[in-house]
Write a protein that binds this ligand. Structure first.
Ligand SMILES: Cc1ncc(COP(=O)(O)O)c(C=O)c1O
Length: 372
């Protein structure tokens, strides 16, 4: 089946007891045992599994073309599940511009635990190759990256990881399985903040790990999901699954709007640089055109001037909301260096945009007014 059909039907079934077309939310934390002590319906206790989580995991698997999925309480919890499935003493290669929460997890939580990480410019495969060590077990890819929208050649990094005997994990949050299919490029796992496009309405926090093969590494991720209890609630799972039903159409509209906004900004005299992989002059455009089916809804731009000039634009917009996060129906603007804090590598004059589903011309009018 094609992806639009999977998004509507995977993980969905008519409720057998009522005929409800929309799945019920099962809040029960515990499930009945048979007289012989067995659980023929497969559910024991909600932390282990529950019908809403099972349905979401089934749908995520179908969308990514994977063999198994584990839903988590947030994107960060999903990343934690992957890192903790490694062993102290293992070595990770990660992008220097990974989502700042992922870098912080590696630096502040997993370095003291014994995981060593080398941060490289993942858009340069030679750097990834050079960072390989005998204990390298994982190569983390995030593409397009945050907030400079740098594009990594997934297939090339997979080759390097596999030659080193390591797994390649792709944070596919920004592209979603609609625009990018890392398993087709050889990646072993994908990670998602379902908080973003999959949920799609800025009303649920969640995460997921999807595996191409249900192997021993994924079994460890599953064990961590259940034993550490880093699980989403049934309602959260229901909301993400509901969001996914419209994901293919939303991603197309996000991409179309972002292309128009980025094109407009690229010709504005008050703009120093625009970062959007859909623009022909973007350094990663060729790779993005090859490995993506659309360039996504995220863009960033540097205002001519300094931090105050950028803050001035963010202060003047009316339609864009000044807020962090991304992937909802509404457009957001963010001075990224402020949220990343001390040590950020993000230029001070950069504003990140999450382009929503409004009419692109209204978004352009709003930016035009703010840029003067
Ligand atoms: C690319 C990416 N990965 C992971 C995360 C973390 O997700 P969460 O905030 O749900 O923990 C985010 C959040 O912004 C993100 O943008």
């Amino acid at each position: 089946m094609r992806i639009e059909t999977l998004a509507v039907h995977a993980g969905h079934a008519i409720d057998p007891s009522t005929g409800a077309v929309t799945p019920p939310i099962h809040l029960s934390t515990t499930f009945e045992r048979e007289a012989d002590g067995s659980y023929p319906r497969g559910y024991i206790y909600a932390r282990n599994n529950n019908p809403n989580r099972m349905a979401l995991e089934e749908c995520l698997c179908a969308l990514e073309g994977g063999a198994a999925a584990a839903a988590f309480a947030s994107g960060s919890a999903a990343s934690m599940g992957v890192f903790q499935a490694l062993s102290p003493g293992d070595h990770v290669i990660a992008p220097v511009d990974a989502y700042h929460g992922t870098s912080r997890l590696l630096r502040e939580v997993f370095a003291p635990w014994g995981l060593e990480t080398t941060f490289v410019d993942m858009t340069d495969p030679a750097q990834a190759q050079q960072a390989v060590q005998p204990r390298t077990r994982l190569v983390w890819v995030e593409t397009p990256s945050n907030p400079l929208l740098k594009v990594t050649d997934i297939a090339r990094i997979v080759e390097i990881a596999h030659a080193a005997g390591a797994r390649c994990v792709c944070d596919n949050t920004w592209a979603t399985p609609i625009l990018q299919r890392p398993f087709e490029l050889g990646a072993d796992l994908t990670m998602h903040a379902t908080t973003k496009y999959l949920g799609g309405h800025s009303d649920v926090t969640g995460g997921a790990v999807v595996a191409r093969a249900e192997d021993e590494f994924f079994q460890r991720v599953r064990k961590l999901q259940i034993q550490t209890g880093a699980v989403p609630s049934p309602f959260d799972c229901w909301l993400v699954l509901r969001g996914i039903r419209t994901l293919p159409y939303r991603m197309r509209a996000h991409s179309e709007n972002a292309m128009k906004v980025a094109g407009y900004l690229s010709h504005h005299s008050g703009v120093e640089a625009v970062h959007y992989p859909g623009l022909k002059e973007h350094p990663g455009h060729g790779i993005a055109a090859r490995q993506m089916r659309g360039f996504g809804g995220m863009a960033s731009f540097q205002v001519k001037g300094d931090r105050d000039s950028a803050m001035g634009v963010a202060a003047t917009v009316r339609l864009f909301t000044r807020a962090t996060s991304l992937g909802g129906t509404e457009s957001l603007i963010e001075h990224r260096a402020s949220i990343e804090g001390p040590g950020t590598r993000t230029p001070d004059n950069l504003l990140r945009l999450s382009i929503g589903l409004e009419n692109a011309d209204d978004l352009i009018d709003d930016l035009a007014r703010a840029l003067g």
